[in-house]
Design a binder for this molecule. Sequence first.
Ligand code: NAD
Ligand code: 89Y
Length: 338
Amino acid sequence: MKGALIGCGFFAQNQMHGWAGIEGVRIVAVCDRDPARREQTTARFGARPYADAAAMLAAEALDFVDIATTVAAHRPLVDLAARAGLHVICQKPFAETMTDARAMVAAVDAAGKILMVHENFRWQSAVRAAIGAVRAGAIGTPFFGRVSFRSGYDVFSGQPYLATDPRFIIQDLGIHILDVARALFGDVATLSATTRRMNPAIRGEDVATMLLEHESGATSVVDCSYATRRMPETFPETLLEIDGDTGTLRLDAGYRLLIQTKAEEVRDVAPPVLPWAERPWHNIQESVQIIQQHFVDCLRAGVQPETSGHDNLKTLALVEAAYRSAADRSRIDMRAPQ
Ligand code: NAD
Ligand code: 89Y
């Protein structure tokens, strides 16, 4: 299977390592407008370099493209890939608006190809162990959950746009945490949110607290912060507390999974540090390889990925709803047209 990467920036390096670890897949071409970035990436991983995505798709015989640019370029690049008749994997946040997102999903559908969003947090092995246990009924029917990400880690040095974009934590990070809540408790009926900016040096909100009522009847609290000074720092761990009608599950700091029913089970679900990975990012880095493997498995089987473009419309709608709710203090009915 031949792929091409568009966008050779900060995070794409993980994606290139991830592809190198997947059997039967080769990234044959990479594209970035920035010559230094595309040259560094080709020097590291090989592959033919291009400055222009359209020129690359015209010149190369490909099966899929991996779009690793920031969000503003996602719609034109997904449209381009769909017109070229290629399968697509695209980074989060998938789109800047729901209108764009729906059009992108429709474009790839019309091409008869598969579109997956790189929504990788639900694929982190520790989070996946918790999702697997909940889905297998380990604590019965969940009625309450807390999905929490609180950190003071400096994400701005690697991703400077996070400090200057008008939207920050919900669009960048909350999107993952909302998606994990969906993976655990199902689709959402209502949402309300508050936001704050604690760090005066950035433009967007760095704290968000969201209350979700799920169609299953469960309630979840999804809370995110990049203004939390804690020792030890837990970046980039998502912590979970779930009550079910026959037990409780917690994913605690340090990747400790605890399931209490009549008996108690404690599991170390720490992710491996892959040979190319580094702490503390190894958790996210492993999930990159896992989600990319899932994409390839789905292409081979001709089935929709779990985190397909279609599925991601529901996560993106929660992001939009959270900003609306925080702005006007409303509670958003997710069953109404978004
Ligand atoms: P970045 O700015 O470091 O890299 C983006 C690159 O894309 C830049 O080199 C830029 O020149 C290039 N680019 C932009 N438009 C282009 C176009 N039309 N054609 C060719 N090249 C183009 O950004 P980043 O920090 O690597 O983030 C990229 C995406 O990855 C973002 O959407 C971000 O939210 C996401 N991300 C995801 C995770 C995760 O865990 N899933 C983690 C970090 C970042
Ligand atoms: O961009 C973000 C993401 O997707 O995961 C963590 C991150 O890199 C910073 O919040």
